[in-house]
Ligand binder design. Structure first.
Ligand code: ATP
Length: 877
């Protein structure tokens, strides 16, 4: 049987039961039932029981279970039962957290998945690539990822980068020709393969294989489950957690030896030491980071920023430079033609006369050398080009009519490197190439000029007039396109060389107003210590005019062109970048150099991009940001974050979210570590002072259950505030566990420890060891619950509305307080929890000690805030 590439397009279409107009809805349904979804099978997912039992994988938990069972067998059934129940509840909580985090990461993956343009029932639709079926007709243009394997059925200079599959780094040209012999993958020139991407041109293909049947699927079949890469913060915390665990284990070991030495029963002493280790080791540290990060990404997705790489969330918090495109990101990308310049005259769009042959010719050229459409109000294509189509409609000229009168016989598509595009048509019996593009680029290639009296050689004076007009338009912030043309011989095969020896026809100037929110977003960036930089393919004067309006630039001297930095060495560029706020006429290679120069200066750079050539710069940047609407699939694939509204303000919002997420993670860690430290201090203190151990093992486990993950997660979802934008960006590479942070943890832990000890002593003096440990248990548990409120902010929150604004934290507090109060007061629970029943006065005392720890820590925050303010005031004097 013939291979697909040995069949003609018609044969392939027949083979897959399709046609050029695409499949019908019914056919798609049937094909899906037969072949499934277009996706690569991921490694087997873990089942819920698997996740549940993984919670017990912890060595200490296993030892604890073993020692609980032993103590049960030896007679202490109550303790054994409570310990097992507490551990099971803990495992259930852990399972729910893991599943939730996985679900939110999965939904993010779906959001950020690739899309494809497909022809179905003769209509072009944009779909998630996973919905493709065999027989679908896909439409491709530069920057698209190939979503499935397919046979070309239409080709306009397609070049494909197949390096992912074949290792060949040069893009390969494709053709429609049917091959006669059997050839290897790299030589199947009429086939497209999933995983490669279009670097140039346009085309259509019929899908012949999807999912695991594609060439890349056959390789992927060998892959096992894909494990998520950890973020630097997770790695950092895991390493810290390990060191801390060793310290705690050592401490517990010494404590065990000491207790046995003092005559304690080894079994009891062992159980206590293990319970203390379980309670003190912050095992939730890195999983809380995952949960908070994934909640953060969900919030960001709702606010139009889709995070593709989890690292980006924490990276966003330290971004110090945002390099942004202009068109569509800082501006609205809603273009309207304002003026023509033709035959040495400036003609406002409202006064265009279609009876004037020159103006009509320019209008026709702008419709012909154009890929956009506007049918029944549905605009498809580049807004620059849609503006030209819309101008035609405003003048009563329909694009479809002009295009059918002068069909396109060839084309050289637009790319941001050449900054021009050309199309070939038969006009007035002549084979004519229409070339439109950036004025400066086209003027270099222009030799003649069209005038009413006929075409003549272009003089220096003509050129100067055009440049002056271009300058005038640009200073008004208008985007200018030049239109030129040239005759070509019949049956001519187009090459880039043909875009020379051109005849100048006219200029078209269009307005693309800044987005309303850009100015405020730029101001916010500056307030947050972030430098906004505009990098655009547009003209320097136009770019500077827009940049000035939104506050990125003050003076034209802060603008330069790509050509100006071309001859600079990397060192020179590094010295120059702080002085430049606008880079114009930039090509994608310049973008990489600018990012690197800033990075060399120790800055964390976010960079936007949309085109196929932007992918390397997006990868180079610390946070590559792709445009969701106008961006190519290749750019999205390379980016760490995708903006679903292409808006600069969304990047600033994402930075704010990133800073808030980081802040919340910090609060959660502060809560966990200081509380655990308080517990250890109490035990240490009691043992040094020669008192009996202040807690029973079940107390420690109960405290661990109630006051570990729940309030920590609640702190992780603390409502975001714009306060974080008043601070400077976090230094690159700064560890979360700074000296200052650790000293705060130490001090707060100390206060909790002291109050717990006070509680213990007061109980102990009233009625001996059991009441002492009941008091210590109650005080530590409640102090830690109250401590959640301390960790909401670096400033005091006690008498502010902020104290109450996190309902999750209020819920975690209420649940904990009700349960501990029940344990301390309900007679039925005393035996189980090894406590003495408290009367109302005693319960009040326990609450008082816990509240005192809250008050003391709040007072500490108040002193810190005041002294920081004084320091700042003295500094600014
Ligand atoms: P930004 O880089 O901020 O998105 P931009 O859209 O101007 O701005 P490019 O798309 O690289 O950047 O375009 C560079 C120049 O090429 C434009 O200033 C314009 O002169 C010209 N140009 C843009 N679109 C087209 C097009 N469809 N056909 C021909 N020339 C174009």
């Amino acid at each position: 049987m013939k291979q697909i590439y040995q069949q003609t397009p018609e044969e392939v279409l027949k083979h897959v039961n399709s046609r050029e107009s695409g499949l019908t809805g019914e056919e798609v349904k049937r094909a899906r039932e037969a072949c499934g979804w277009n996706e690569l099978a991921e490694g087997k997912k873990k089942s819920i029981p698997q996740i549940f039992f993984e919670q017990y994988r912890d060595f200490l938990v296993l030892i604890l279970i073993a020692s609980a069972i032993i103590s049960g067998v030896l007679g202490d059934m109550e303790s054994a039962l409570v310990i097992l129940i507490v551990i099971t509840i803990n495992a259930i909580l852990g399972t729910v957290q893991t599943i939730k985090a996985e679900q939110s990461l999965q939904s993010l993956k779906t959001l950020a998945g690739p899309e494809a343009k497909v022809l179905r029932d003769s209509t072009v639709v944009q779909l998630p690539a996973r919905e493709l079926v065999i027989g679908d007709i896909i439409l491709l243009e530069a920057g698209d990822m190939i979503p499935a394997d397919g046979r070309l059925i239409e080709n306009a200079s397609l070049k494909i980068d197949e390096s992912a599959l074949t290792g060949e780094s040069l893009a390969v040209e494709k053709s429609l020709d049917t091959l006669s012999a059997e050839v290897s993958l790299g030589d199947r020139t009429n086939m497209l393969f999933s995983g490669s991407f279009v670097t140039y041109g346009r085309g259509r293909a019929v899908v012949t294989a999807i999912g695991m049947q594609t060439e890349v699927g056959k390789i992927a079949g060998l892959l096992k489950s894909t494990s998520e890469k950890q973020t630097p913060l997770q790695v950092n915390l895991e390493a810290f957690g390990k060191k801390l665990s060793i310290l705690i284990l050592l401490f517990c070991g010494i404590l065990f030896a000491l207790s046995v030495f003092r005559g304690e029963q080894p079994g009891n002493a062992f159980l206590f030491a293990v319970a203390l280790a379980v309670a003190a080791i912050p095992e939730a540290l890195s999983s809380i980071v995952t949960i908070v990060l994934s909640f953060g990404t969900q919030k960001m997705a709702k606010e139009h920023a889709i995070i593709r790489k989890l690292q980006a969330v924490e990276g966003l918090g330290s971004v110090s430079i945002i390099c942004s495109d202009k068109t569509g990101t800082l501006t609205q990308n809603k273009m309207t033609v304002e003026d023509y310049y033709i035959d040495e005259k400036r003609v406002p769009a409202s006064a265009i006369d279609t009876m004037d042959p020159a103006q009509r010719y320019l209008l026709d050229c702008s419709i012909l050398c154009n890929d956009s459409t506007n049918e029944n109000g549905v605009e498809i294509g580049d807004p620059t080009e849609t503006a030209l189509i819309n101008l035609g409609s405003r003048c009563g000229i329909h694009a479809a009519e002009v295009r059918s009168t002068y069909p396109r016989n060839g084309e050289l598509p637009f790319d941001s490197e050449r900054k021009m595009m050309s199309t070939l048509h038969k006009i007035d019996g002549e084979n004519r190439l229409i070339v439109k593009g950036a004025v400066d680029c086209l003027l270099e290639r222009t030799e003649q000029i069209w005038t009413k009296a006929g075409v003549r050689d272009m003089t220096a004076d003509d050129k100067e007039k055009i440049q002056k007009q271009n300058q005038e338009f640009s200073m008004e912030g208008l985007r200018v396109l030049a239109f030129t043309y040239r005759p070509l011989p019949e049956e001519h095969l187009l090459t880039a060389e043909d875009e020379n020896h051109l005849i100048f026809l006219g200029l078209i100037a269009m307005m693309d107003p800044p987005r309303e929110e850009s100015k405020a977003a730029v101001a916010e960036c500056i307030r947050a210590g972030i430098r906004p930089v505009m990098i655009t393919g547009d003209h320097k004067i136009t770019a500077a005019a827009i940049a000035k309006r939104i506050g990125i630039l003050q003076d034209l001297s802060e603008a330069c062109e790509g050509a100006d930095i071309e001859h600079l060495s990397d060192e020179e560029l590094k010295a120059l970048v702080p002085n430049i706020s606008v880079y114009a006429r930039v090509s994608p290679e310049h973008k990489i150099r600018i990012v690197r120069a800033w990075q060399e200066r120790g800055m964390i750079v976010a960079m936007t991009g949309d085109g196929v050539n932007d992918a390397p710069a997006l990868k180079q940047a610390d946070i590559g940001v792709a445009m969701g609407i106008t961006g190519t699939e290749v750019a999205k694939d390379a980016a760490a974050m995708v903006l679903t509204d292409d808006n600069f303000a969304t990047i600033v919002k994402a930075v704010e979210n990133g800073r808030n997420v980081y802040r919340n993670i910090k609060y959660a860690i502060q809560f966990l570590l200081s509380g655990n430290f308080g517990a250890i201090l109490t035990v240490l203190c009691a043992s040094i002072a020669g008192f009996p151990v202040p807690f029973a093992p079940v107390h420690l486990l109960f405290i661990n259950l109630l006051t570990d993950s729940l309030p920590a997660i609640a702190l992780g979802v603390e409502p975001h505030s714009s306060e974080v934008m008043n601070e400077k960006p976090r230094a690159a590479g700064e560890s979360i566990l700074t000296k200052d942070f650790l000293s705060k943890i130490g001090l707060e832990g100390l206060i909790i420890g002291i109050m717990t000890m006070v509680g213990f002593l007061s109980g102990y003096h009233q009625n001996g060891a059991l009441l002492g440990s009941t008091y210590a248990f109650g005080t530590l548990c409640l102090s830690r619950l109250f401590h959640g409120f301390n960790c909401k902010s670096d400033h005091p929150v006690l008498f502010t509305s902020r104290f109450f604004h996190n309902t999750w934290l209020l819920g975690a507090f209420a649940l904990g307080a009700v349960l501990i109060t029940a344990v301390l007061t309900l007679p039925g629970l005393h035996l189980l929890f090894k406590v003495e029943s408290l009367n109302l006065v005693q319960l009040g005392q326990v609450y008082l000690y816990a509240v005192t720890s809250l008050l003391l820590i709040q007072a500490l925050k108040w002193i810190r805030t005041i002294s920081k303010k004084n320091g700042e005031n003295n500094g600014s004097k």
